[in-house]
Design a protein around this ligand. Structure first.
Ligand code: ATP
Ligand code: MG
Length: 394
C-alpha cells in the first residue's frame, strides 16, 4: 500500500560542505544496500531522503536498517493534494497503525504555502473527518498519543504517514577516513569492526591465521564475518589474511614462553601498521576490553601499544562480555563467531601468560627475533580478498 519510504538523518552539527558530503555518501550507500532489489531512484529533498517502494517494503527496510547515518524511517502514503485526499489518506493510515483502536493526534506540515488552508485548520478538519469514520475504541490525545498521523504538503505532492521505525543511526560509512581492524574469528573483534563502521570509518580487516595449525574452516569463519559486515559497510569488505605460522614458530622457539602472547601481539600490531600505511588508514581497531583476559590488562596494552605510533582504538574497552555478546547477536555475527574453530592465538597459548609484561623485557626478548625479515616474509604471503554478501555485487 505504501509508495515511499521517508528516511531521516541526523544532521546535527553538519553544515555546508560537510553536510553535502554526508548526504551524498548516505545516498550512495542506500543505493548500494538496495542493489539486489529492482532499481529505483533515491532522491534527497528537504533534508530527507525518499526511497520509492515497489511492493518490497519489508526487504527495503531490512536492508536500510543496516545503513549507518539513517536515524529513522517512515512508510509513506502519497495522496491527492486536497483536503479530501488528506482525509482519506489519514483514515487509511490510522487503521493501519492502530487497527484495534487507541489514542492519536494529527499533525500537519505545510511546506507548500500555496495550499489554501493553514496547518492547524488542516489538522482539525482531518481529525473531525476521522472521528466521523471511527468508533469509540479511538480517542484523541494531544500530549501522549500512541500514534501521530503526520500530514505533509509539499510542492511535489501530499503525504501521510503514522509509523516510525528506528534506523542504525551513526554516520554514513566512508565519511570518516580509513582504519584497519584486527579481526579474529572471536566474538569481540567483529563488534569492534561494527563500531568503527558506525562512526563512518571505512574499515579494512586484517586476519592472522596459522595454517596448517588452523584449518580452512577457521578462515571461512572470518570470511563469513566479513560477509555479514559487508551489509553494514554497504561495500565489499577488503580482508587481508596474513600467514602468521612462521612468526609464531619463531617466537615459540626463541622467546620465553610466558611472553609468547605479548610478543605475538606486538608482531600483529607491527604488521597491521604496515598494512594500514599501505591502505592510507589512520588507526587500528581491536576487540580488546580492559581486564577480559591476561593479554588485556593495562600493562599489556601499554607494552603492546609501544610498537605502533598509530592510535589503537578499542571501542569495547569498557564493556562486559555479556554486553558485547548482546551486540554480537543484534548485528548478526554471534552465531558465526561461536563456531568451534581454533584461532591462531589459542593454539600457541602459553600455560602461564605474563599478566603484567614490561616494555623493556619485551624489547630484550625480541632481540632474538629477525623482526623485519619475519614481517616481510609474512607480508609477502598475505592474501587480499574482497568480500561481499552473496547476493550483492558492488
Ligand atoms: P576476539 O573475540 O575478538 O577474538 P578475544 O576476547 O578472543 O577477542 P584476544 O584473543 O585477546 O581476545 O584478542 C584481542 C584482540 O586481538 C581481538 O579482539 C582482535 O582484535 C585481535 N586478534 C586476536 N587474534 C587475532 C587474529 N587471529 N587475527 C586478527 N586479530 C586478532
Ligand atoms: Mg580471540
Amino acid at each position: 500500500m505504501y509508495q515511499l519510504l521517508l528516511l531521516r538523518y541526523g544532521e546535527l552539527g553538519l553544515k555546508g560542505k560537510n553536510k553535502n558530503i554526508f548526504i551524498h555518501k548516505l545516498q550512495k550507500n542506500i543505493e548500494n544496500a538496495l542493489r539486489d532489489l529492482p532499481p529505483r531512484k533515491v532522491v534527497s529533498t528537504w533534508g530527507r531522503i525518499m526511497v520509492p517502494l515497489q511492493d518490497d517494503m519489508e526487504s527495503v527496510i531490512e536492508r536500510l536498517q543496516k545503513v549507518f547515518g539513517i536515524y529513522s524511517m517512515s512508510p509513506v502514503l502519497q495522496v491527492e493534494k486536497s483536503l479530501t485526499g488528506l482525509q482519506q489518506g489519514a483514515l487509511t493510515i490510522l487503521k493501519e497503525v492502530l487497527p484495534h483502536g487507541g489514542t492519536f493526534k494529527v499533525e500537519t506540515r505545510r511546506a507548500d504555502k500555496n495550499f489554501p488552508m493553514l496547518s492547524p485548520d488542516i489538522s482539525l478538519q482531518v481529525a473531525n473527518y476521522l472521528f466521523d469514520q471511527i468508533d469509540d475504541r479511538y480517542d484523541a490525545d494531544l500530549h501522549h498519543p500512541q500514534k501521530t498521523i503526520h500530514l505533509e504538503i509539499r510542492d511535489e505532492g501530499a503525504y501521510v504517514y503514522g509509523d516510525t521505525i528506528a534506523g542504525a543511526k551513526g554516520m554514513p560509512v566512508g565519511t570518516g577516513s580509513k582504519a584497519v581492524v584486527l579481526l579474529s574469528g572471536g566474538i569481540d573483534s567483529p563488534v569492534a569492526f561494527w563500531y568503527g563502521l558506525k562512526r563512518g570509518v571505512d574499515i579494512t580487516a586484517v586476519h592472522f591465521h596459522s595454517f596448517p595449525f588452523t584449518s580452512e574452516r577457521a578462515k571461512e569463519k572470518v570470511v563469513d564475518l566479513c560477509k555479514e559486515m559487508a551489509k553494514w559497510h554497504c561495500h565489499a569488505v577488503k580482508l587481508y589474511t596474513v600467514h602468521f605460522t612462521e612468526i609464531q614458530k619463531e617466537i615459540r622457539a626463541l622467546c620465553p614462553e610466558n611472553y609468547g602472547i605479548t610478543i605475538m601481539r606486538r608482531m600483529m600490531f607491527r604488521i597491521a601498521q604496515k598494512i594500514a600505511q599501505k591502505e592510507e588508514a589512520l588507526a587500528i581497531y581491536t576487540g580488546e576490553s580492559v581486564g577480559q583476559v591476561a593479554s588485556q590488562t593495562l600493562e599489556s596494552m601499554y607494552c603492546i601499544g609501544e610498537v605502533t605510533d598509530m592510535p589503537v582504538l578499542r571501542p569495547l574497552v569498557g564493556m562486559d562480555k555479556e554486553e558485547i555478546m548482546e551486540i554480537a547477536h543484534k548485528i548478526g555475527t554471534y552465531d558465526i563467531s561461536i563456531r568451534p574453530y581454533e584461532d591462531c592465538c589459542t593454539i600457541f597459548l602459553p600455560t602461564f601468560p605474563k599478566i603484567r609484561p614490561k616494555r623493556e623485557e619485551a624489547r630484550d626478548m625480541e632481540k632474538a627475533l629477525p623482526i623485519e625479515q619475519l614481517i616481510e616474509e609474512a607480508l609477502a604471503k598475505t592474501e587480499v580478498l574482497f568480500i561481499q554478501e552473496d547476493k550483492r555485487v558492488y
